[in-house]
Structures are given as structure tokens and as C-alpha cells.
Design a protein around this ligand. Structure first.
Ligand SMILES: Cc1cc2nc3c(=O)[nH]c(=O)nc-3n(C[C@H](O)[C@H](O)[C@H](O)COP(=O)(O)O)c2cc1C
Length: 157
């Protein structure tokens, strides 16, 4: 997909040691934020992330968000600021944040909506295909975290 016009990226550059920042968090949706608004967030994010070379996934279920964001550190930092300032959710709990030289786990997803029931499978699949230690370590941390708490309780209450 990054070969298409509008996706200027040299994939080889990333594999030859470009830093990738990962930000993983969960939060609680604000009152009135449901499926319709989440789809709006996804539509906006897919356009905006493509231009910033950010990829990842967003899970929404039982009023809780779980999001995995990965991309160039400057772009991810700026997105994190926007995410923290967004009144459509609150009680943001950071689960993982790191800068590593590693491959993208979700290279084809500008921001994919994943159903809450599928979250463990999606992370488990990524773990099976991950090739470097940093990705494996980050995924294991998240899986342990998810295993120790039901998704709906991760946003705190
Ligand atoms: C749960 C959630 C996830 C979001 N994910 C993204 C995202 O991946 N990319 C994005 O550009 N905006 C995302 N947004 C929207 C941003 O918070 C923000 O509204 C948007 O980036 C515009 O930011 P700005 O007004 O600071 O330019 C998300 C919002 C929420 C509530």
C-alpha cells in the first residue's frame, strides 16, 4: 500500500534501522461515543495516519478503547498529544511506549478497527509473525496485561 501515490515510503529504509515509536493504551469512551463516532474516528485516522506513515489498530468494545499505534517518533509524539487532548475518551492508561529499531507489526493497517472479541487473536498472530526481540517483548507485555484483566476493566473505573 505504501507504493501507491500518497504513501511515500521507502520500506527498505525502515528495515535498515529506522526508529519506530510504539504507543499502546486503553481508555474509556466518553458519554455518547458509540459505534458511529468510532467509525468517524477510524475514517479520519486512516487518512491522517497514511499521510504521517502511522499504522496500527483500534479496538472498541463495552465502552473501552484499546489502541496500538506505531510510526516515526516525531509523528507518533504529535498524535499522542492529540489523543490525550481528545474529549471523546478519558481515563487513558498507557500500556506500552517504546522507541525501537524494528519492523512494523501492522504494516498494512493505517488504523484498522478490530472487534474486542478478536483482540487476543490479533496480538497472538502478530507475536507469531514478529521477527525481532523488541516486538516480541512488547507483545508479550501486552498479552500478559490483557490476560490479567478483562478488557472492559482496563480503562479503570
Ligand atoms: C480512541 C481514539 C483514537 C484515535 N486515533 C487516532 C489516530 O490513530 N490517528 C489520528 O490522526 N487521530 C486519531 N484520533 C483523533 C485524535 O485524537 C485527534 O482528534 C485528531 O488527530 C486531530 O487532532 P488535532 O486536532 O490535534 O489535529 C483518535 C481519537 C480517539 C478518541
Amino acid at each position: 500500500m505504501f507504493d501507491e501515490p500518497g504513501f511515500p515510503r521507502d520500506a527498505d529504509l525502515e528495515y535498515s534501522g529506522m526508529a519506530l515509536e510504539t504507543f499502546v493504551y486503553c481508555s474509556r469512551a466518553s458519554k455518547g461515543v458509540g459505534d458511529v463516532e468510532v467509525n468517524r474516528i477510524i475514517d479520519f485516522s486512516q487518512r491522517s495516519n497514511a499521510a504521517r506513515r502511522i499504522t496500527g489498530m483500534l479496538v472498541f468494545g463495552s465502552g473501552v478503547f484499546f489502541q496500538w499505534v506505531e510510526g516515526p517518533p516525531t509523528e507518533v509524539k504529535s498524535l499522542i498529544k492529540s489523543i490525550y487532548g481528545d474529549s471523546r475518551h478519558h481515563d487513558i492508561v498507557e500500556l506500552d511506549r517504546s522507541v525501537d529499531n524494528r519492523e512494523r507489526l501492522y504494516p498494512a493497517w493505517e488504523m484498522e478497527r478490530v472487534e474486542a472479541d478478536d483482540i487476543r487473536t490479533v496480538l497472538q498472530d502478530a507475536l507469531e509473525s514478529a521477527e525481532d526481540e523488541n516486538s516480541v517483548a512488547a507483545l508479550k507485555r501486552i498479552l500478559v496485561h490483557l490476560g490479567s484483566a478483562p478488557l472492559a476493566s482496563l480503562g479503570g473505573s
